[in-house]
Design a protein around this ligand. Sequence first.
Ligand code: GLU
Length: 276
Amino acid sequence: MILQQEARFPIGVFDSGVGGLTVLQEVHRQLPNESVVYFGDTARLPYGKRSPAEIIEYVYEILHWMQSLEVKMAIMACNTSSALALDVVRPEFKLPILGLILPGARAAVGKGKRIGVIATTATVKSEAYVQAICESDPQAQVFQVDCPEFVPLIESDRINDPYTLQVARQYLQPLIEANIDTLVLGCTHYPHLSGVLRQILPSHVALVNPASYVVKAAAQELDLMGLKCLDGRHDRAETKFFVSGEPERFAQVSRRWLGKLPLVEKVHLSPVELLS
Ligand SMILES: N[C@@H](CCC(=O)O)C(=O)O
């Protein structure tokens, strides 16, 4: 009984901005009965330029806040946080916390041997994908490219701008030359650009969106813990949106992905004292 009550608690999903909406879409698709608290740290975006210490600090703050809202699970809908903060923060919270790197890496090795990874500068520097892919398949070869211009372009709603296509061509060129057979979209913002990327990539290159795999893992974990919301009335499931920056701006940019203008609230996260 207590478990079914807890099963109604929301799942926390966070990113620096609208990237996490690609994970949210998967939550809505695979777990339609679940309520979600979505947080976009838009005041501190892009995370990809931040230092590991900054990212860890932000993630602590977000998870503390989410814990105070009684989320039953947190999904880091951000590769940069998953690469740099997941292992550090996981032992500090009672909550199950899921990240994108392992599900993304496992999906990639199931598809090819010459694996390209596009991600933020911080994720590329961390080598998290390289390690996870090579651990899953020591025969795999990994080619990484950081794409620092993508997040600002997506956040300013410039997906269909010819400049975005031009920048994407430059980023993908070395990967096409390396003859990749698989491309991991190693930043949750990038699936928003898959139409643009598809125009450039040879058709045999498989695109891997880690979002669908992390949500699959989340569904399995909720099942195992008896925390999946079994209430068949989807209309009870709700998603609440919060940001650290301007709510209006987030609402406008995310409209394109959500199909409607969401209600967005601003929150001020409190600094958390770190142990070390
Ligand atoms: N959504 C991003 C964070 C992008 C950024 O803020 O630089 C990620 O998955 O890494």
